[in-house]
Design a protein around this ligand. Structure first.
Ligand code: AMP
Length: 210
């Protein structure tokens, strides 16, 4: 299974991606996670990406394309992968097509997780991550199971209301145009991202069955 997971920030992609990659036994390739790791390690790429990310702006295409093309060339991605957060612009989608064609492989599915803007900010500003397990919580709707976990939760630097509004506007301006690109290829599946996490996982699995 070679798939792309697309959706606005805060749509629940991270939570659902973790379940889908386990189901299909494929590597989860999240451009956001890779960039955050690069920022933390202080690599040249991380230093370049940091300012863009804090503001909620997109990191330049050339930087992200190189990083992802290198990653999908690794042995563990030879027979399948899930791309999460990439491509995020039309040039990224086109560059990915070129790389996959050169490797002689094709995408099986592009899943679009749809959540209305009115729900996004509420989801993002209450979002927290457990640095030890990677589990994503929502302080109101999906709170941590214990005080011990609550004490170590972290908030992403770009999960402020201001950066979130900027990320949403970037999503509509730059990322939404990749949807017709994949629709024209006949591999787009739209999934309603509003509901309980288990319900959404079931919808996603159904959409990927055919
Ligand atoms: P995410 O974890 O997918 O929400 O990404 C967090 C941030 O990383 C984004 O707001 C961008 O600044 C940057 N980023 C992640 N993926 C990409 C991409 N494909 N192209 C450009 N910037 C990206």
């Amino acid at each position: 299974m070679r798939m792309i997971f697309v959706g606005p920030p805060g749509a629940g992609k991270g939570t659902q991606a973790a379940r889908l990659v386990e189901h299909f036994a494929i590597p989860h390739i999240s451009s956001g996670d890779m960039l955050r790791a690069a920022v933390k390690e202080g690599t040249a790429l991380g230093v370049e990406a940091d300012g863009y990310m804090k503001r909620g702006d997109l990191v330049p295409d050339a930087v992200v394309i190189g990083m992802i093309v290198e990653r999908i060339g690794k042995a563990d991605a030879a027979t399948g992968f899930m791309l999460d957060g990439f491509p995020r612009t039309r040039p990224q989608a086109e560059a990915l097509d070129v790389a996959l064609t050169a490797a002689g492989v094709k995408l099986d599915a592009v899943v679009l997780l749809e959540v209305p803007d009115s729900l996004i900010v509420e989801r993002i500003v209450w979002r927290r991550t457990d640095p030890d397990t990677g589990t994503i919580y929502h302080l109101k709707f999906s709170p941590p199971e214990s005080d011990e976990i609550a004490a170590r939760l972290q908030q992403r630097k770009d999960d402020t209301e201001e950066a979130c509004i900027n990320r949403l506007s970037k999503y509509h301006g730059e990322t939404a145009p990749i949807v017709p690109f994949y629709e024209a290829q006949g591999i787009l599946r739209r999934v309603d991202g509003v509901g309980a996490p288990d319900e959404i996982t079931a919808r996603l699995l159904t959409s990927l069955q055919h």
